[in-house]
Ligand binder design. Structure first.
Ligand SMILES: *Cc1c(COP(=O)(O)O)cnc(C)c1O
Length: 369
C-alpha cells in the first residue's frame, strides 16, 4: 500500500528531537504561547521573508484574524475563489463580510486576475487569493488591481509554506499571509496550528490583541477578542521542524519532478507551474475524464489517492445561501470533476513514484479500451 501521505515516516526521522521538545514544554508548564511559540514566530517570519509572524490555533483562525485586523466586517465584500478548502469562505463569513467568488485560471488553477475587476463593487474591501496545492496565485496583477482600487490583499498560503513567486515568498507579498499547520500540511503541527505573517507592525499588534482576548495587559481588554492562541507544545514541535522544512520541500519538489518525467508523454492534465514560480507541491494533482472510476481502481490496486477538492465551495450545501448554482464558475467546476491527487510526501521513494504511475497507466489504458 502506498499512502497519499505518511506522517509516521516523518516522525520516525525526528522522533528523539520531537519527544524531547514536547517533554521540555510539559516540564516548563508553558502550555499556551510562551518561549517556544515566540521562537517559532521569529523563525517562521524569517522563513517567509516577512517582518512579523503571529502564531494562532489554526489556519482558519489565521484567516479570520487577518480579515478582522484589516478592518473587514459586515457590509463588506471579499473577492476570493471557490476552488479551495471551505475554510477560506468560512473565515470571510465569520468576519461578517460576503465572499464574492471569481473563477480560476485553467493552467495555474489559481485566481484568474482578468476576472477580478468585474467583481469589484463599492463594497469590496479585500482580495483573498488561494495558493492552491502549493503554487502561488498570479500576485503581480492581483497587487496592481488592489493598489488601484485601494483593496487589502490577504494571501491564503495554507498549502504554500516556502512557495515563491518571482523570488518572493508566499505570505510576504500581500498585506497579510495566512498559514495552516494542520498535521497534513507541508509544515504540520502535532495538533492544530496556524500563523499570520505581515510586514506591517500595526496589523501584527492588532492580531496579538485579537488572538488573546483583546488583552493589552492581564484583564485589561481593549478590544473584543478571541481565544485563538497557539499551544506551547505546537510551538515546540514546529520549531524542531523548521530545521527540516527546506529539505522536505526540496524532497517534495523532487517527487513532483519524477512524476513530471514519468507522465511527460501522458495525455493527463498535470501541474504546469510558470517558470517564475517555486511550486511546493502540497498536492500533486493530475486531471482525467473518468476520475471517480480511476480513483476507485487505484485504491483497489493499493495506491492511496485523493481529491482536492471534489465539490467546489459554491456548490456545497452549507453555502447555498450565497445563491450560486452549477455553471457559475465553469473552470472551477470542470477541475473539481477531473482532479485526482497522487501520493506525495518527502519520504516517498522513487520506486514508489514509478509504481503509482505504472498502476495509473494500466488503469487508464483499460478504461480507454
Ligand atoms: C488547510 C486549509 C485552511 C484551513 O486551515 P486549518 O488549519 O485546517 O484551519 C485554509 N485554507 C486552505 C487553502 C487550506 O488548505
Amino acid at each position: 500500500m502506498i499512502p497519499l501521505l505518511d506522517l509516521k515516516a516523518q516522525y520516525r526521522q525526528i522522533r528523539s528531537e520531537i519527544d524531547a521538545a514536547i517533554m521540555r514544554v510539559i516540564e516548563s508548564t508553558q502550555f499556551v504561547l510562551g518561549p517556544d511559540v515566540d521562537a517559532f514566530e521569529n523563525r517562521f517570519a524569517a522563513y517567509c521573508s516577512a517582518a512579523h509572524c503571529r502564531a494562532v490555533n489554526s489556519g482558519t483562525s489565521a484567516l479570520h484574524l487577518a480579515l478582522l485586523a484589516a478592518g473587514i466586517g459586515p457590509g463588506d465584500e471579499v473577492i476570493t475563489v471557490s476552488m479551495t478548502f471551505v475554510a477560506t469562505t468560512a473565515a470571510i463569513l465569520y468576519s461578517g463580510a460576503r465572499p464574492v467568488f471569481v473563477d480560476v485560471d485553467p493552467v495555474t488553477w489559481t485566481m484568474d486576475p482578468a476576472l477580478i475587476e468585474a467583481a469589484i463593487t463599492p463594497r469590496t474591501k479585500a482580495i483573498l487569493p488561494v495558493h492552491l496545492h502549493g503554487l502561488m496565485a498570479d500576485m503581480d496583477p492581483i497587487m496592481e488591481i488592489a493598489r488601484r482600487h485601494r483593496l487589502v490583499v490577504i494571501e491564503d498560503a495554507a498549502q504554500a509554506h516556502g512557495a515563491e513567486y518571482k523570488g518572493r515568498r508566499a505570505g510576504s507579498i500581500g498585506d497579510l499571509g495566512c498559514f495552516s499547520f494542520y498535521p497534513g500540511k507541508n509544515l504540520g503541527a502535532y495538533g492544530e496550528g496556524g500563523a499570520i505573517v505581515t510586514n506591517q507592525p500595526d496589523l501584527a499588534r492588532r492580531i496579538s490583541l485579537l488572538r488573546d482576548w483583546g488583552q493589552e495587559s492581564k484583564y485589561n481588554h481593549v478590544v473584543a477578542g478571541f481565544n485563538y492562541r497557539m499551544d506551547g507544545i505546537q510551538g515546540a514541535v514546529l520549531n524542531v521542524k523548521m530545521d527540516y522544512i527546506e529539505s522536505w520541500t526540496q524532497a517534495r519538489r523532487s517527487v513532483a519532478a519524477h512524476y513530471d518525467r514519468l507522465l511527460a508523454q501522458s495525455p493527463l492534465m498535470r501541474p504546469r507551474p510558470p517558470s517564475h514560480s517555486r511550486h511546493v507541491y502540497h498536492v500533486y494533482a493530475v486531471g482525467l475524464p473518468r476520475r471517480d472510476e480511476t480513483l476507485k481502481m487505484l485504491h483497489e490496486a493499493g495506491v492511496g489517492a485523493g481529491i482536492h477538492y471534489p465539490v467546489p465551495v459554491h456548490l456545497q450545501k452549507a453555502y447555498a445561501g450565497l445563491g450560486h448554482g452549477a455553471g457559475d464558475f465553469p473552470v472551477t467546476e470542470a477541475l473539481a470533476g477531473e482532479f485526482l491527487s497522487l501520493p506525495i510526501y518527502p519520504e516517498l521513494e522513487p520506486a514508489q513514484v514509478a509504481e503509482v504511475v505504472g498502476t495509473l497507466e494500466k488503469i487508464t489504458l483499460v478504461e480507454a479500451a
